[in-house]
Design a protein around this ligand. Structure first.
Ligand code: MN
Length: 203
């Protein structure tokens, strides 16, 4: 798998994001991360480790633990493994300029009935088939999820769906409500609001 596109989009003299190198060595545990990214629009980035890189989807509305929600997830270029720890500011004028913060992270496995040593193979087969079933063990996201590829002309569109299990909820789920007010992005947004002058309504 190639990190060429990732590297091409970024100037590593300017951004503090990690340079795209493939992770070496044997994998024991697979990781996932969800980063909250304030770029031109606020969105969430779901990243799942496979074959030494992170497979990535931008999720505009963020993930949900309610199985009724089908959250659009746009597949984007592979990111390097080290990106899972990235938090910080991407300077103005660079790709994805804005703020990145980690919203949730943890381990990634295939469905429980799959031998852990075959988990990565099962995940890759699911990815290839456009029907990826996986289990997350994070702080906020737990249990089974699926990413289902939409059969449309635009082949980057997937849906992120929570499977019904002990971690699912029937209540409305808004990932923004599960973000601390003190998060770097929320602080920046609050600062911006405070800084902009209050406009009087025309009478
Ligand atoms: Mn992003």
């Amino acid at each position: 798998m190639s990190l060429g596109l990732y590297n091409k989009k970024r100037n590593f003299n300017e951004t503090e994001e990690p340079e795209g190198k493939k992770k070496q060595g044997k994998v024991k545990t697979l990781s996932f991360v969800i980063q909250r990214h304030k770029a031109s629009r606020l969105h969430y980035d779901l990243r799942l480790e496979m074959e030494g890189v992170l497979k990535c989807w931008a999720v505009p509305k963020g993930p949900s633990l309610n199985p009724k929600d089908k959250r659009l997830a746009m597949m984007v270029e592979d990111h390097p493994y080290d990106y899972k720890d990235f938090e910080g500011v991407i300077p103005e004028g660079n790709y994805g300029a804005g703020i990145v913060e980690i919203w949730d992270k943890g381990t990634l496995t295939a469905l429980d009935d799959i031998d852990p040593s075959k988990a990565e193979k099962a995940l890759l087969a699911g990815l290839e088939a456009g029907n990826l079933k996986f289990v997350l063990n994070g702080k906020k996201l737990k249990g089974e999820f699926a990413l289902v590829k939409l059969k449309k002309a635009d082949d980057n569109s997937w849906l992120l769906i929570k499977h019904r299990d002990e971690y699912a909820t029937d209540e409305p789920y808004d990932s923004e409500e599960h973000t601390p007010k003190s998060s770097p992005i929320n602080k920046a947004l609050a600062g911006k609001k405070a800084a902009s002058p209050v406009k009087k309504k025309p009478s």
